[in-house]
Design a protein around this ligand. Sequence first.
Ligand SMILES: [Zn+2]
Ligand SMILES: [Zn+2]
Length: 342
Amino acid sequence: MKKEIYAKVSKDFFKKHKAYSVCSFIYFLFAGWWFGGFAIFAKFDTERMDFVGGEVSDAFMFLGIWLGLWLVHFLSVELATSRVGEKLMRLFNGIRRLETAEEKEYLQPIFNEVYLKAKESDPELADFNIGIYVIDSMTVNACAVGLRTVAVTKGAIQAFSAEQLKGVIAHEVAHILNADTFAKIKILIGNGIFTFCIMIAKVIWWLIGRIPAFRNPMNTVQMIFDALIFAFLFPMMIVMAISDRKAERRADSYAVDIGYGEDLVEALYVLEKISLKGIEGMIAKLLSTHPRVTSRIEALEVQLGIQEIEMRCISCDKRHTKKVNFCSECGSHSLQKIIKVK
Ligand SMILES: [Zn+2]
Ligand SMILES: [Zn+2]
């Protein structure tokens, strides 16, 4: 069944995950270059030591390294998206299948109903095999993992009504269908293992450098490579966090599309009442992967028609009921956006 899910999530992966794709590619390029740099130094030294021999050209070496790293990336993503990989991810995240009669009789029908609605709106889902699972934690949360797993915590089962749970589950199913979880696998597991390989190579190279005969002549270049990677990683994290926040809104919007918008809003109101989050600092805000609950509620209520957007022209005071970039009355671009309850 993997093929169908794969085909579906990879079909418009780039369209929905430009930030992930571009960042991942740049990272891959940088890291390969970085690693390639080490290999060139290695050749530098080993030529002298008659280790590899001097016949291998630099370009050939770079190409080989990139292909090798790409293979590592590809294989780890393949493994992570397999059934076995998904089982492992569930295990590591403390996600278990439904066990008690109560869980099976209460949670399974709730999930089935939402899943059926999703299938009705998208016939391509017929071959999918997404299941509902439980996390034994009292925090109120839900998540989607891999290509087949939607999980809710025990806390969520208790805090939410059956209807509210449907809204939450619709949001999580959307994460799988929108390839958000697939993007996570590509970044965390694909790039993660890739980075791990580079780290190991770096440590080995550092150890070799300790041997006087292999003293590395190009330490400054290495430092520049390191600095470049580091300088690139932080902005990349911000770009990806923005992409994650967009994915959250898209998943919310999907819940509305398949008819669970009101249920999701109610669940978010519950979440908002019990949330203990204090005021966050600037860095935390930049790196936060979730929009604030209240801001999600507002966006959902606009989509559901409970609230409406009004654009007021600052020059002539005309009110536009739709989102516009300039005033149709006087042409002014200074508009004030007000979102209010209808
Ligand atoms: Zn989400
Ligand atoms: Zn105007």
